[in-house]
Structures are given as C-alpha cells and as structure tokens.
Design a binder for this molecule. Structure first.
Ligand code: FAD
Ligand code: NDP
Length: 324
C-alpha cells in the first residue's frame, strides 16, 4: 500500500488531452486536466475552437462545429471522472521526482507535484497576419487544407497556398481535387519540399508555382468572402492582383513546447520526440500526445488516437512503478 495518492496530470485541452483523460478516468486513475486559460493564445478546447464545421471526425455524419465537438469531449472527460482545472501550467520541472509544476493563477510558492504527466499542449499554425486576414479568416483564409479544402466555397475556384515545404506541396496537391487551379507562392527561388513532393507539385497541370513571390494583402467582395490576393515579387518588387477564393497557409507550425524546452528531447522543428509507436518521451513518466509530437498528420482524430496511447502507456507505467 502507498502512503500517498499517486498524482497524474494532463496538460492541454484538445482532442489528445481529453481522450487521454477519458481513458485515465475510466481506469480510475483520477486524472487532473489543466485546460489552460488562453494558453498559447487559444481558448480552452484547443485549435478546433478556432474553426467552424468539422466534417472529418467520425461519429458526426452531418459534421459538427469545432467548439461543440470540444465541449462534448470536455463533458465526456468530466462525466468519466476527470477534474478539469481552468488554469495554464506555467512551469514544469522534470529534474526530480515527483515532478513539480506551477500554474499561472497560483502563486510562485504554490508548487504542485505529479508522478506522471501527459503533455498534450498542441501546436499552432503560423500565419502572416496580412491586411485582410482577420476579416476573411475562415471566409477563404485557412491554415489547414485537409480540414477546410472540401467546403463548397472552394469548389472550382482559384486557390492559393503559401509556403514551399512538404506541407505546402501536400496541401496544394490535395486542393487540386477541389479548386479550378492552385497557385503556390514561394518566397525564395526554390522549394524546401523533398524531391518527390517537389516533382509531384511541379508536374501537376493544375498547379502553378510562383517563386520569389510573397502575399501582400487579402481582398474580398461584398459577399464577405475573399476573392483576390495582392502579391509582390521579391525579385523585382512588381505587384499584381491574382484571383483567389481561398488562401491556405502552409508555412509551418509551432509546437507548444516552452514548458519542456531543454528537458525533453525535441526534433529539429521543436516537436517532442516519442519512441516510435508509443507516447513515451525520453523522461520516464512523461508522455506526449497530439500535435505537440506530430508534425505529419496534425488532425483531431490522430490527436485523439495518440491521447488514448498516452493514457494506456501512463496506466502501464503507474502500475509497474507504483502498483496502481
Ligand atoms: P490542440 O487542439 O492544439 O490544443 C492544445 C490546447 O492545450 C491549447 O490550445 C491550449 O488551450 C492548451 N494548452 C497549451 N499549453 C497549455 C498549458 N501550458 N497549460 C494548460 N493548457 C495548455 N483537424 C481535423 O481533424 N478536422 C478539422 O476539420 C480541423 N480543422 C481545423 C481548423 C483549424 C482552423 C485549425 C487551426 C486546425 C484544424 N484541425 C482540424 C487540426 C486539429 O485542430 C488539431 O490537429 C488538433 O486540435 C490537435 O489537438 P491537440 O489535442 O494536439 O491540441
Ligand atoms: P517547413 O518548415 O519544412 O516549410 C515551411 C515553408 O514555408 C518553407 O518553404 C518556408 O520558406 C516557408 N515559409 C516560412 N515562413 C514564411 C513566411 N513568413 N512567408 C512565406 N513563406 C514562409 O514546414 P512544413 O510544415 O512544410 O514541414 C514541417 C516538417 O514536416 C518538415 O520536416 C517536413 O518534411 C515534414 N512534413 C512531411 C510530410 C510528408 O512527408 N509527406 C508532409 C508535411 C510535412 P523557406 O524555405 O524560404 O524557409
């Protein structure tokens, strides 16, 4: 028997965090989930609170609003027995056990401890904050082609992707299924994407790659949706307006890893490294799930799946370590 209660915390509030919490609560591990308070500039509930319809999350044949989906996930976490705290974890010290952390609304001297932790703090898509971006956000402007590309406003319309990496290539190719034509704006005179992806992109007849070009201003019409983009050549300075009913940023994501910087192994792009096929990080008792450790798929369903993995991995760890 143990003289103290085993602590298990989940940090985050997106699909990964809530799925982990549902599994942990059902395993009677009494998880405490810190959902954040505008952590990383996103409301509790994570990235899906910033979108409208989610049409690719199974179980909702008519689609579901992102906010509503996250409200339901939270409701399910709580119903299963998770304690949800609306506070942001501001420091996490993994150098000794139990791990120590403080929160934004707690005083600095109010140091909490935990024996295991699931990091599910997510990521945020980079944006350029161009003139017109706020006005036309989700009215043509998006940071996720896979999420938004299929909506009717983009059907048979000219679309633009910004970026020259694998994501830009992948998103542009994906969008050729819906748009009439896809223009990719690349700021340099070359792509960063892998050879295979670059070749696929450059050889697609529905794609035009405009090198040394950057977007300047998003424009729209009186329907409230974007319909054009002012672009500028970085080589000559010449400006031109191109027709565009959609603009998709693919200029990288920033994983929310400030809590664990220098403590957990991260890759060259800053994502937490997990042991392949698991949620295990390089520190025993610390598990990572969702976009914070996934630079490839970045979907709600894959985040939820990895949240489940983190819960099962944490459960096994606690059972082996503490007989819980
Ligand atoms: P996130 O959703 O990124 O949430 C993590 C949250 O944790 C943060 O937002 C914050 O609230 C909280 N947090 C962060 N740090 C702390 C801290 N220190 N303490 C406490 N809390 C903290 N995917 C789809 O499958 N279908 C779609 O249709 C779709 N549409 C999208 C539309 C948009 C506009 C965007 C941006 C993304 C979309 N995605 C979609 C992608 C999807 O939202 C993400 O893949 C998914 O939300 C990632 O989940 P996550 O659990 O890793 O974390
Ligand atoms: P990357 O960082 O690889 O590429 C970002 C792209 O956006 C670059 O072309 C960059 O230009 C451009 N960019 C950055 N900032 C700006 C800006 N302010 N204005 C205009 N353009 C800008 O990010 P990705 O998301 O593409 O990829 C991240 C990682 O995920 C990579 O390792 C990638 O290989 C991997 N990935 C793999 C996939 C696959 O295997 N199928 C799919 C998707 C991603 P510049 O080159 O000039 O810096």
């Amino acid at each position: 028997m143990h003289s103290r209660i085993i602590g298990l915390k989940v940090i985050g509030s997106g699909p990964a965090a809530h799925t982990a919490a549902i599994y942990l609560a059902r395993a009677e591990l009494k998880p405490v989930l810190y959902e954040g308070f505008m952590a990383n500039n996103v409301a509790a509930g994570g990235q899906l609170t910033t979108t409208t319809d989610v049409e690719n999350f199974p179980g909702f044949p008519q689609g579901i609003l992102g906010q509503e989906l996250m409200d339901k996930m939270k409701e399910q976490s709580v119903r299963c027995g998770t304690e949800v705290i609306t506070d942001t974890v501001s420091t996490l010290d993994l150098s000794s056990r139990p791990f120590k952390y403080t929160t934004e609304f707690g005083s600095e001297s109010n140091v909490h401890t935990t024996d295991a932790v699931v990091i599910a703090t997510g990521a945020s898509a980079r944006r350029l904050h161009l003139p017109g971006e706020e006005q036309y956000w989700q009215k043509g402007v998006s940071a996720c082609a896979v999420c938004d590309g299929a909506v009717p406003i983009f059907r048979n319309k000219p679309l633009v992707v910004i970026g020259g990496g694998d994501s830009a290539a992948e998103e542009a190719l994906f969008l050729t299924k819906y748009g009439s034509h896809v223009t990719v704006l690349v700021r340099r005179d070359k792509l960063r994407a892998s050879k295979t992806m670059a070749n696929r992109l450059l050889s697609n007849p529905k794609v035009t790659v405009k090198f040394t070009t950057r977007p300047v201003e998003i424009r729209g019409d009186d329907t409230g949706f974007m319909n054009a983009l002012l672009v500028k050549s970085t080589a000559t300075g010449a400006e031109e307006v191109i027709d565009a009913n959609g603009l998709f940023y693919a200029i990288g994501h920033d994983p929310a890893t400030s809590l664990v910087k220098g403590q957990l192994e991260t890759d060259a792009d800053g994502y937490i490294v997990t042991k392949p096929g698991t949620s295990l990080t390089n520190v025993e008792g610390v598990f990572a799930a969702g976009d914070v450790q996934d630079k490839k798929y970045r979907q709600a369903i894959t985040s939820a799946g990895s949240g489940c993995m983190a819960a099962l991995d944490a459960e096994k760890y606690l059972a082996e370590k503490f007989g819980e």
